[in-house]
Design a protein around this ligand. Structure first.
Ligand code: RIB
Ligand code: CA
Length: 309
């Protein structure tokens, strides 16, 4: 039984790898890719999603979403992903653009058309998802689950307390985390266990395919920021963790806990506050990733991306 998914993303190096992993995996029926502002502005994240589709040669529809957060000013991460948002490899000119329909309308249409079957996989800010919930509340009980990359049970990255995707739009994140939809969260506390060190990058290059080389060049560029900023030998492939969970959940150790979003301005603005020791007595609202078998994760990535010829 394939799982119907909609990938909502802001490509972005790791979003691109998540998209390629999803499109290579027959366990998943990718109903569409919806795009949101985030790593770079919407015009560029949208083009980048179309570029990834061109590289992998898969027939998947792409939909443009919103270009800014609900309330706060838009932030972006050119320092991490470069001016285009996908610096590193040659980016082919897409032969096809996005569909005319808005991403939020596409999400609503698909979830209502397949009640109980659609999984949303947000790997960027949660603005598209929150707007879909507000525009059509009937999608909340109709969603199968949401499996997202965002937040952190320990440190932030875009502020000391907050992770980028959540900090982009804490109000949207609060809508999603308070919605009651079955939620699986992969925060930095987990994704930082997956550094793409040179020996792992070499495995993609050793595929001797266009996709393998494209992936290797993405990761070589993505690694630079992480060497300079964190002193790490590789960049975490944050977003691919969410797709990998759908494919091989046994690679992950999870914990059910209550996570709340700080929406008050200040030092902890955008922080995902996980009640790890259940001191509040509040019922868990998500399953959070705690540990990942990183070697198994890379074995999966190499095997699946190796399916592109
Ligand atoms: O903080 C990491 C997350 O923010 C990743 O999804 C990355 O692509 C950016 O969107
Ligand atoms: Ca992302």
């Amino acid at each position: 039984m394939t799982e119907k998914i909609i990938l909502d993303c802001d490509p972005g190096h790791d979003d691109a790898i998540a998209m390629m992993l999803a499109l290579a995996s027959s366990e998943l029926e990718v109903l569409g890719v919806t795009v949101v502002y985030g790593n770079v502005s919407l015009d560029r994240t949208l083009r980048n999603a179309c570029v990834v589709r061109e590289v992998v040669g898969r027939d998947v529809e792409i939909y443009a979403g919103v270009d800014r957060p609900l309330v706060r000013e838009r932030v972006s991460a050119e320092a991490v992903h470069g001016a285009s948002g996908l610096e590193g490899p040659h980016l082919p000119t897409p032969s096809r653009g996005p569909e005319a329909k808005h991403a939020v309308h596409f999400i609503i249409e698909q979830v209502l058309a397949h009640p109980g079957e659609v999984t949303l996989v947000p790997t960027g800010s949660l603005t598209n998802v929150a707007l879909a919930m507000r525009l059509e509340p009937r999608i909340v009980p109709a969603l199968r689950r949401i499996v997202l990359m965002g937040g952190s049970l320990d440190t932030g990255n875009w502020s000391p307390a907050a992770e980028f995707n959540i900090l982009c739009d804490p109000h949207a994140a609060r809508v999603v985390f308070e919605s009651g939809v079955p939620l699986v969260m992969f925060g930095l506390n987990l994704t930082h266990q997956t550094p793409a060190v040179p020996s792992r990058i070499a495995r993609f290059r050793a595929l001797n395919t266009q996709v393998g080389e494209f992936t290797a060049q993405l990761l070589e560029f993505f690694r630079q920021h992480h060497v300079e900023r964190y002193g790490w030998d590789g960049a975490p492939i944050h977003d691919a963790c969410a797709i990998a969970y759908l494919l091989k959940p046994e690679l992950f150790t999870m914990q059910a806990l209550n996570v709340e979003i700080e929406t008050n301005e200040g030092l902890n603005y955008g922080r995902t506050v996980g009640d790890v020791w259940r001191v509040t007595g509040k019922a868990p609202n998500c399953e959070a990733g705690i540990r990942i078998d990183a070697d198994g994760f890379y074995d999966l990535l190499v095997e699946r991306l190796g399916r592109y010829r």
